[in-house]
Design a protein around this ligand. Structure first.
Ligand code: IVH
Length: 717
């Protein structure tokens, strides 16, 4: 890692560094978003982004098109500009039953002083489950698009909304000079599925439901990304308006259509309560086949002069109500419970059901969450159960119908072994609370196919073996082809570049065949140049692997992916053993846990996790195989004698100018200091650079000494 401050970088160095930062930040984003498994601290992540921004500020011509500063990072530091809504964006009151709707009409009638015979016409509109947006047009031109935000203040997402084909940039007809059209941005089921498939293929985070994906898509800092997402928009209300072009809600929607907006085709003007309720049932029965999510029907008093008189109560209009759909339920029989092993090793119980239609969708599986949930609901195989589908969430088992339990119903025993690899599956105990984790996890780690790819990714990542260019696509390909099962295989493969070349060429051929099939194109012959390029790729990869045949002991231990062992703990452990062999040997002893606990900074949970890892024969085999391929270099003993910081807890914050964070940490640790990421009463010293923030406040609170980088360098000599 280049330690040079941005000001000292040459243009060539800056380019290289921006390239590295883009790759590194993207990888951390992927880990954070996609896997919920960050491998660096927030502070270190922020430091990477800051360095990227600083270099870009000095070399604006070198800003990469895929620069992290264009994208919403894991923790978005960049923000959209704020927009104060000219008229607040309100929310709606809910009705959950026919009576609630009747009460609503009654309230309107009383408020307006209308006679019982007088009908109150309302528009009934599907309640779209997306996110609302406000579009401001001046003289027919779109000038601003904003999110709802808190109703009073939203975010300026004009550039993103401009990319939606349902949103006209220039209005047709004769619109009012100032017109704010409001409506819902949403994603169809089809687009949602296609997007998730694409995200998955690219190793990016997938979205939980169409609404989240619509929200995530319009809040991209790069409008190019929004443009690539199929988003739609239904117009249904307005904010500021210079003149009202119609006298009713239904008339306004007609006008919106004339101006070029898409208005939901199902909207209907109803003239009585009976018609309203009939419409509600109709929509409810169509709901599953609409192709987009709705969660109810909105009724709005049609006459705008009445709306005006009715006004608002706090943040919702008196003239409208949302009639919500109940969660859809059905009865079926639980045929079996199967366990799925997630990439983190979590054992997730899935109910296999006799297929049943719930709100028009055939449901075959439902989640049972975890072991305790099965026990709490006393769910047995053969039971008749009530299942529920609420909107887009995964179907759930609500309860068992006890009266229908057959004699043959079998209680379920949650497995204590992983069904994929046979390793022990355990529930961990939280050190602080003493509570058992709700999830049971497979301890198989790398030998468990369900977890292997994920673990292998970690193995080659920067804080572990740091094998440059060994991306996820290689890992997945080689794993699928059976060439990469355990870390040692990486080094075995490096000795067989031909095999590696063939596997990767095959994969590429498959990928381009898929692409051609999709685009309906003929095969293209590979040019000599392409082949040479591919050969070079493998050459580089082999060189990157070979460069790691000698590896520092802390990296080696970190790479094993032992639970609770990250960079810091791996270093703590490594420092206490003269060689990897001595460490492995020690872990085979009965008193391994006690021995580990004697290391300062190693707690009970960590010690037990390390011992558990080495208790599994397959893990010992994996380590032994790996040791046949690589040479592990022990860490130098810290020179704590005479060190002014030995035994002290130090926190680095803000930007360091003379060294990288990593370097500073390593040097401090060499001198026997413990480097922590957060300030507490236990902190002895805070080293603060420019841009230090909340940690300084914490330091003041706990009366901790704060020094700058120069003072730190003088202190440690
Ligand atoms: S009218 C003052 N109409 O529901 C009226 N809202 O719970 C404000 N929504 O924030 C909204 N479909 O995001 C209206 N046809 C529709 C709607 C609709 C969906 C959403 C909208 C609003 C929320 C209120």
């Amino acid at each position: 890692m280049s330690a040079k401050p941005p000001a000292k970088l040459s243009s060539a160095e800056a380019q290289k560094e921006l390239d590295r930062l883009a790759r590194e930040i993207a990888e951390h984003d992927r880990r954070y978003h996609g896997e919920d498994a960050p491998t660096i601290s927030d502070a270190d992540y922020d430091a990477l982004r800051r360095r990227n921004a600083d270099i870009e500020a000095r070399f604006p011509l070198l800003v990469r098109p895929d620069s992290p500063s264009h994208r919403v990072g894991a923790k978005a530091s960049e923000k959209f500009a704020k927009v104060v809504h000219a008229r607040p964006m309100l929310s709606l009151d809910n009705a959950f039953s026919d009576e609630d709707v009747e009460d609503f009409i009654g309230r309107v009638r009383r408020f307006l002083g209308l006679k019982d015979e007088e009908e109150i016409a309302v528009t009934a509109e599907p309640k779209i489950d997306g996110l609302s947006a406000s579009l401001r047009y001046e003289n027919g031109l779109l000038v601003q698009g904003a999110t709802r935000g808190d109703g009073s203040e939203g975010e300026d997402i004009t550039a993103n909304l401009r990319t939606l084909s349902d949103i006209p940039l220039r209005l047709k007809g004769k619109p009012p000079a100032v017109l704010e059209v409001r409506g819902e941005v949403y994603m169809t089921h089809k687009a949602f599925e296609a997007l998730n498939k694409r995200q998955e293929k690219e190793g990016k985070a997938t979205y939980a439901n169409p609404r989240n994906s619509a929200a995530g898509s319009v809040r991209q800092l790069d409008p190019g990304i929004t443009a690539g997402r199929a988003l739609n928009f239904f117009a249904y209300t307005w904010g500021e308006i210079s003149t009202l072009p119609a006298a009713t809600q239904s008339g306004m929607l007609e006008k919106f259509r004339d101006y070029g907006f898409v208005v939901n085709p199902l909207v209907r003007r109803c003239e009585s309560l009976a018609q309203v309720l009939k419409f509600y049932r109709e929509i409810e029965s169509k709901r599953a086949k609409l192709g987009y999510d709705i969660d109810g029907v909105v009724y709005k008093v049609d006459r705008l002069d009445w709306q005006e008189r009715l006004g608002f109560v706090s943040r919702s209009p008196r003239w409208a109500i949302a009639h919500k759909f109940p969660a859809e339920q059905a009865e079926t029989v639980l045929e079996d419970i199967e366990i799925q092993v997630g990439r983190t090793g979590k054992l997730a119980p899935v109910a296999r059901l006799v297929p049943v239609t719930v709100g028009g969708v055939v449901v075959r599986n439902a989640t049972l969450h975890n072991e305790d949930e099965i026990a709490r609901k006393d769910v047995r195989i053969g039971d008749t159960v009530v299942i529920q589908r609420a909107g887009d969430v995964i179907p759930q088992i609500v309860r068992v119908i006890a009266e229908k339990r057959p004699k043959s119903a079998k209680p379920y025993h949650f497995p204590t072994k992983c069904p994929v690899c046979g390793s022990h599956a355990v529930r961990e105990v939280d050190e602080k609370t003493g509570k058992e984790d709700v999830d049971r996890r497979c301890t198989g780690g790398l030998i468990c196919a369900a977890q292997a790819v994920e673990r292998l990714r970690y193995f080659v990542s920067r804080p572990a073996f740091d094998i440059e260019g060994f991306g996820s696509i290689y890992i997945e390909t080689l794993f699928e082809k059976g060439l990469l099962k355990e870390p040692a295989d990486i080094f075995r493969l490096a000795k067989k570049p031909d095999l590696l070349n063939r596997a990767l060429a095959e994969r590429r051929a498959e990928m381009s065949a898929e692409r051609r099939a999709k685009e309906g194109k003929d095969e293209v012959k590979k040019s000599k140049k392409d082949e040479e390029g591919e050969g070079r790729l493998v050459e580089n990869l082999v060189a990157a692997i070979e460069a790691r045949r000698r590896i520092a002991m802390d990296r080696f231990i970190n790479a094993l992916g032992i639970r609770h062992v990250g960079e810091t703990n791996a270093r703590l452990i490594a420092r206490n053993y003269p060689s990897i062999e001595a460490f492995v040997e020690a872990m085979a002893q009965k008193d391994a846990v006690e021995e580990l606990q004697h290391i300062q900074g190693v707690g009970d949970v960590l010690a037990q996790a390390v011992k558990d890892f080495f208790d599994e024969p397959h893990n010992r085999k994996l380590v032994a195989n790996l040791l046949k391929e690589v040479t592990v270099t022990p860490l130098p003993k810290p020179k704590t004698e005479g060190s002014p910081v030995a035994g002290k807890t130090v926190v680095f914050t803000g930007a360091l100018e003379k060294m990288t964070r990593q370097e500073a940490k390593a040097r401090a640790e060499m001198l026997g200091a413990k480097v922590s990421g957060s300030v507490s009463a236990k902190t002895d010293l805070v080293v603060a650079g420019p841009g230090a923030g909340s940690k300084l406040k914490e330091a003041a609170k706990h009366n901790v000494e704060v020094i700058d980088e120069d003072a730190w360098l003088r202190l440690i000599g």
